[in-house]
Design a protein around this ligand. Structure first.
Ligand code: GCV
Length: 628
């Protein structure tokens, strides 16, 4: 009897486990129609399938592909008393309209609208390696390599639901193998999944591929044989995938090969590839993330402008310069990158990082949309041809490691479509689609999400501090970090420059003069200690410990107050989450797993925030009153 009871218990547990919401369905509709809806008319394959499977309304839906009705991927939804009509000029446009209709259905608010994407290029960048590891990936192994995950169709669908229209499928630290025949066949398979959802495939390339793969003695971009090798390779790629998008290149950066190895410029390198791609309509996205090699001794944050500004105007029209939002490297807060002020003749793309390399990885709840909106408040979307986001997905059940990290993927896609949306509106939307429409849940959790980035800045690196992470894994504090055998630009002590007088990096005109790379009014504003925004103070100035801040506190007191505030905020987020438990379960009684997983991570975040405060304040305190 006892044994039967045990067996029953195990079976029940298995059933519960099988039904538990693991977060894998993301923000997408969960319930399919039992029979494909006949209310939907139109001939466009994927959009039609999507609506037939998930559209539940009583009104008939008609899809119209009308050449020249609207530009590019734009679409129109017209709701009348008799029907809902979706119109676009491209099948992608109709697909986005279908997903929008489904989103409105889930939100309970179907209305007429016309939508135009802000950027032509809305790309996800994978930093996935062919062995299945993911550089700065915090959600398990790669979904792409070495074998393709069976979630590939779901992945393409999730991206298309946001309007993503391109994916760079391998790490910018690229293996030359990617261009081998064997791997290109695998690329074709990935491409077939993406293509169905209107997504183009792009590849990161290794600049030395003609040597590593083609056996040539050089990869010099002006060498005729090298140029021929690239032309033939590109032709071969387009024979396999006529819709192929182009290349992303990290060259002469962090040890990657590039044209500089042959005393050639970035323009020489980019133009060689652009020439090969041009006949097929392909593009080159050339990254401006460079430091070290050519500018030894120059302030790292100035080097991209020093390197690329003199080349502006020399690039072929199908080259786009891709630059990180800030001049350093995806820190919790950076000023915008002055590359966007200085490059005026070449198209620009911004690279954002969805994966939270420096913002608690997949262990902290940090909603990134407010940070990206901050960037757009300095750099107008109109200055950009495209936008790229470094992916945060892996094989974890919930795709992103932290359930709330899904919100960053979602927000990236929504802002890539429309950077004018507010971070708050996106958070609300995501919470409703992903958890519940219950306002008693949505309101407090929106507030938590909106406060989370500033809290992270406060408990990690307030007032413009930056890059004081532990080496290698970039998780946790190490303000005293210094290794004599490492480049100085990797060492935390180089960035905060703390001494007995004060703390911060003098990048004003009395220091490295990085402020001079900014357009007015920012140049003057940042240059002057009294007008520099306090949230960037230690980025631009070396400030005395006793300096009077706007609050009336000294700099030291203010620093302590920020760290305290950051820790208190995370404690508050945890309290709110605990209050949310009944609401999460009320909406879905099988949702205890998600609630618990977020709970566990919030507890960890509380500990980690305390570790940051303690380590940083103990370290900086040691300079106070030290002999000068
Ligand atoms: C892909 C930072 C990251 C590296 C990354 C690099 C880049 O340095 O830590 O992992 O490499 O940026 O963006 O190229």
């Amino acid at each position: 009897m006892k044994r039967i009871g045990m067996v029953l218990l195990v079976v029940c547990q298995l059933i519960v486990a099988a039904r538990a919401n693991d977060g894998s369905s993301l923000w997408l509709p969960r319930e399919k129609n039992e029979v494909a809806s006949t209310l939907v008319r139109g001939s466009q394959g994927t959009a039609l399938d999507e609506l037939r499977t998930y559209y539940k309304g009583p009104m008939p839906v008609r899809m119209k592909l009308e050449k020249n009705a609207l530009q590019g991927d734009a679409y129109r939804i017209v709701v009348t008393t008799r029907q809902i009509e979706l119109t676009a000029s491209t099948s992608n446009g109709l697909l986005y309209a279908a997903f929008d209709l489904l989103r409105m259905q889930q939100l309970g608010d179907i209305r007429s609208k016309e939508e135009h994407p802000a950027f032509d290029l809305r790309l996800i960048n994978h930093w996935d390696n062919l062995d299945g590891s993911v550089e700065r990936g915090y959600a398990g192994k790669s979904i792409l390599y070495p074998a393709l995950s069976d979630r590939m169709a779901d992945y393409a669908r999730a991206n298309a639901s946001l309007g993503i229209n391109g994916i760079v499928i391998n790490n910018v630290n690229a293996s030359p193998k990617m261009l081998s025949e064997e791997w290109l066949e695998k690329v074709c398979v990935i491409n077939s999944y993406l293509e169905r959802y209107g997504i183009r495939t792009y590849l990161s390339i290794n600049f030395a591929s003609p040597m590593a793969l083609g056996g040539l003695p050089t990869a010099d971009p002006l060498d005729p044989q090298v140029r021929q090798w690239w032309r033939e390779k590109v032709d071969a790629i387009y024979r396999l995938m006529p819709n192929f998008g182009g290349f992303l290149v990290k060259a002469n950066s962090e040890g990657q090969p590039g044209p500089g190895d042959y005393q050639r410029s970035h323009a020489d390198g980019a133009n060689m590839l652009a020439e090969a791609l041009q006949p097929h309509g392909g593009i080159v996205m050339w990254r401006c993330f460079v430091y070290g090699a050519n500018h030894k001794g120059e302030d790292r944050v100035k080097q991209a402008v020093s390197e690329f500004q003199p080349l502006d105007g020399q690039f072929l029209p199908n080259v786009i310069l891709q630059t990180k939002n800030g001049p350093l490297d995806f820190q919790p807060r950076e000023p915008y990158s002055p590359v966007f002020d200085q490059i005026t003749k070449t198209p620009n793309m911004v690279e954002l990082q969805i994966t939270q390399e420096y913002l608690g990885q997949s262990r902290h709840l940090v909603y990134l949309a407010p940070m990206w909106k901050e960037f757009f408040s300095f750099v107008s979307p109109q200055r950009l041809r495209g936008i790229a986001g470094v992916a945060n997905v892996g094989l974890d059940d919930n795709w992103c490691g932290h359930h709330f990290s899904q919100a960053n993927w979602y927000a990236f896609g929504r802002l890539a479509w429309n950077p004018g949306l507010s971070a708050e509106a996106i958070a609300r939307e995501w919470l409703k689609l992903t958890f519940t429409r219950d306002e008693a849940f949505v309101n407090p959790m929106t507030e938590v999400m909106m406060a989370s980035r500033e809290a992270c800045v406060d408990y990690m690196m307030p007032l413009g501090l930056h890059h004081i992470f532990q080496f290698d894994h970039h998780y946790g504090p190490d303000p005293g970090g210094f290794k004599p055998d490492y480049p100085l630009e990797w060492c935390p002590v180089y960035y905060h420059q703390a001494d007995s007088l004060g703390v911060g990096f003098n990048r004003s005109s009395t220091g490295t003069n990085a402020t001079s790379q900014y357009r007015e009014p920012y140049r003057s504003q940042y240059d002057d200690l009294s007008t520099c925004p306090e949230n960037l103070l230690l980025w631009f100035h070396h400030v005395p410990w006793g300096y009077k801040m706007k609050s009336g506190r000294t700099l030291w007191e203010e620093l302590c107050a920020h760290y305290d505030r950051g820790v208190a905020e995370v404690d508050r987020f945890h309290e709110v989450w605990q209050q949310m438990r009944p609401l999460v379960l009320l909406a879905d009684k099988d949702d205890s797993r998600r609630w618990q997983e977020v709970e566990d991570r919030l507890q960890h975040q509380q500990q980690n925030a305390r570790e940051w405060r303690q380590t940083c304040l103990d370290y900086f305190r040691s300079f106070l009153g030290a002999p000068q």
